[in-house]
Design a protein around this ligand. Sequence first.
Ligand code: NAI
Length: 435
Amino acid sequence: MPPAARTSSRRRPPHDVADLSLATAGEARIDWADAQMPVLAQVRSRFGAERPLDGLRVAACLHVTAETGNLVRTLRAGGADVWLAAANPLSTQDEVAAALVLADGVAVHARRRIDRATYARHQETVAACGGPGPHLTMDDGGDLLALLHEPAADGAPTRASADLIGGTEETTAGAIRLRAMARRGELPVPVLAVHEADTHRVVENRHGTGQSALDGILRATNVLLAGRTLVVMGYGSCGRGVAARARGMGAAVTVCEVDPIKALEAKLEGFDVAPSLVAAERGDIFVTVTGNRDVLTREHFERMRDGTILANAGHFDVEISLGDLAAAADGPPVEVRPLVERYVVGGRRLHLLAGGRVVNLAAAEGYPASVMDLSFTNQALAVEALVRQPGRFAPGVHRVPQEMDAEMALLKLESLGLGIDVLSDAQSAYGRSWG
Ligand code: NAI
């Protein structure tokens, strides 16, 4: 039986959302994701009993989606007062924002497709938490911590209050930004970088990106992968996921790398390996996942076959050189399907997906909820660690502790009904005796 709607007549927190009447639809969406997030649900139930965040203010700047809704519910169960802004106005699910205000008492300031000024105002409001500022921050790009540590209007060196304990960061780009702040001496609190957890790399990058990048390509094009040659550019944690999933669907996979060890690994795992200019002549579908720029350039486009598909699942829209593609083409691109543009290069048709933007976000729905289950459990355990272990983490950016990573993997295994062995005392002692 579906859970009863939890919208209640409790006092509404301060908020700025599109339409509170969407709350019931939002609750249904959050509940659907919840059913695929069993690990976070376990933590939520423990938080409900232990209340580790009682009375603490959490400012979060995250994508306002159903999965985030379940993270926020977990923080609320732990006793936190939560203020939530969007990390990107385009990803905000207005119905989720409404449900979190009405059913969960979260001070949401997020609406889809707002202008830059409103977006910035929302972040300011959430960073202030109604005046006193947060005890904890949760960032997806470092915006909140950067905002809190800018000089304040009244001349004070920073807006962060003495209450600030620390924060979490979800992305690589955010961690780079925060580490730069730390080097300049502008980050006086610890930040746990959840994307650097081993569980994150395996579950999110490899399996989440692997599946969802192909999902985006298939939704945009509806091509059959079996029998095609798919070229993966970059065999890192994301690339190996794309390669493995494509092989599973019957594609012949060629890997292009600049790191000889990664290239050797790819070969020994059964993939073809070739320089990119050679692969350019063989591939039917190209997927860039390097984090680098200009991975596919004019030289490649001029060698490609008729009907080639070009997709990026890595960094921003710089991995496929859009300038080179436009310059090599015989004329302007033509949109042949939603999110598919046809460029004609030397009489051959090349199809660019989603304008070279990250294909799993632009053409599919990003990660499935069960992938976000671990990322957001990581977030919840990270804020708990910051609160319960004061002094453990010095100011600066840290990986999540190893034992937290292991706890998450164990919880995930348990949620799948699986157990594992533990070392006996004699085995542990034997292992240590060699150290
Ligand atoms: P990684 O560092 O593990 O792997 C990148 C690989 O690309 C490395 O092995 C490197 O040697 C290789 N490489 C670099 N330049 C190259 C070039 N010119 N040609 C061929 N290979 C090259 O990084 P990871 O974790 O796999 O991430 C890759 C990119 O994907 C990053 O930009 C990351 O931000 C992005 N990413 C995208 C996600 C999505 O949802 N689409 C999710 C997670 C990360």
